[in-house]
Design a protein around this ligand. Sequence first.
Ligand code: HPA
Length: 268
Amino acid sequence: MIIKDTLDYIDIFTDSFTPEIGLILGSGLGEIADEYAIHTIPYSKIPGFTKSTVPGHKGNLVFGEIHNKKVVMMQGRNHYYEGHTMQEITYPVKVMKKLGVKNVIITNAAGAVNKSYRPGDFMIITDHINFMGVNPLAGKNDDSLGERFPDMSEIYDKNLIKRADTASHMLGINLKHGVYLAASGPTYETPAEVKMFRYMGADAVGMSTVPEATVAHYCGMRVLGISCISNFASGISSNKLSHEDVIEITEKVKPQFKELLLLIIKSL
Ligand code: HPA
């Protein structure tokens, strides 16, 4: 797929909309996009895009305006565990870069590895561990997007983190700061794995975000990552994990999460 075909299609559909902010909305969080939509395009129609197969993930690219800022929103994302390649998962991020996006906000639902976290907490991602076993930048490098061996010492932008902290103070939200570890899924982790992840320095575990954040940073966009802690990771409580429970918690905190996102966007 040539990225120009994708851009041409989007350009016609959106009447040359030029977003400055990109928003990737994870499990149960995609509805925010509906409220601010000006143009909505299903992934299935966009050349080069892959369709999401997970319940709770809609699969639309939504163009809208929030606080007078032009935003492109991914209403649902694709995951490695669905059988998509890393290239497929991260293709929309490259498209965002080419559309002119400067700041990307990536959201997800994640399990608490840090025992002081509770379901319903929000965590700013300060750094990540790629435990997926694959790197989204493996393969031929596209020099028009970024360099072959990108530095990863500050993937998550400190200035954006400050803005998120300020927004959370204003809203009275106790925003955690922590390290996100991405596992490939689709299984949830074993208790032994979660214990190992804690020793490794992880605070939360999920099955997404790391590919998109890696590629967004590589492309030179500023990245902010926010996890909605939807459950205790395996072995912390005696409860079994289910996708329904993850969706239930994200549904519950959605209004607060939306407020936080909107205030962060306002501050950009
Ligand atoms: N593990 C992995 N991914 C997740 C979890 C979890 O506990 N919760 C939400 N996504």
